[in-house]
Design a protein around this ligand. Structure first.
Ligand SMILES: [Zn+2]
Length: 132
């Protein structure tokens, strides 16, 4: 694991334990993630993060709205995956970013509890995942 991710993990768990984010924590995250953090906070301000939970399993995935005019939504696992172009291009292919803005938005919203929650059946969730 890279130093960036270790530092980020420590900050995330502090935010999770308090359920709020301080100016100091935000500036550390900004140092680590730069412009993507600004974009992520804009997405959260627009209430663009949804957590979709399957019942009865409780398995979940995030759906995060994009910033383009089309307001596309991307399915996203904060630590592992996002369906957007930037994830494949900047994160996986070129290795230039640790994660995309949607993953950051999902992680921050999840730490702060600032997401809307949608419950679906496990079958419905499985169907959504099969289209990834
Ligand atoms: Zn993304």
């Amino acid at each position: 694991m890279s130093v960036t991710l270790l530092v980020a993990d420590a900050v995330w768990s502090n935010i999770e334990s308090t359920g709020s984010v301080t100016e100091e924590q935000l500036s550390v995250l900004h140092l680590l993630f730069g412009k993507n953090l600004e974009k992520a906070t804009r997405i959260i301000d627009k209430r663009g993060v949804k957590k979709i939970s399957g019942l009865p399993s409780g398995r979940s995935i995030f759906q995060v709205v994009g910033e383009s005019q089309k307001r596309e939504e991307y399915l996203c696992f904060p630590g592992d995956y996002c369906g957007c172009y930037s994830f494949f291009y900047d994160v996986v292919s070129r290795g230039e970013q640790q994660c995309c803005k949607h993953q950051l938005a999902a992680r921050l919203a999840s730490s702060l509890g600032t997401y809307s929650e949608i419950e679906v059946s496990d079958e419905h969730l499985a169907l959504m995942l099969s289209k990834i």
